[in-house]
Ligand binder design. Sequence first.
Ligand code: SF4
Length: 148
Amino acid sequence: MEEASRSDDPAALRPHHALCALFFEGRGYSPEFVRNMTSLIAEPGRMLRLTAGCDALCQVCPHRRGEVCRDEAKVFGYDKQVCELVGEAFSAGKTLPLKQFCQAVYDRILQQNLLAEVCGSCEWAKLCQEKWADGDFNRLLLASQPAD
Ligand code: SF4
């Protein structure tokens, strides 16, 4: 499994983490998780490869249990929803720059007001939903910059 701090081969990304990236504000499951996420989002042009399982962010997450999340059923459901809503851009094994994955969830989920439907049961959901309502998300992670 790849770590987000390496920039040679495409790191793995599980689909719903494109949403997490857009609302990340320096908080997370552990200091190491925060450092790893910070490193990942610092490179919007970095190539990433979609995975159905644990990814470069899970790698240093205290909730990882071997090759799965301790809440695998729940997060698998988020990933499934993202793939269904976004469509072709989120097909299995797809490799794209991070900003293209984030743009896809921005267009097909956030702009359609489907955030709560995708991951409303997440412990961070209230934070992300409030940030979206305030227009407070990481625009640097989008391929095309939206008007304010
Ligand atoms: S909570 Fe689960 S899905 Fe999210 S980063 Fe941690 S291990 Fe991965």
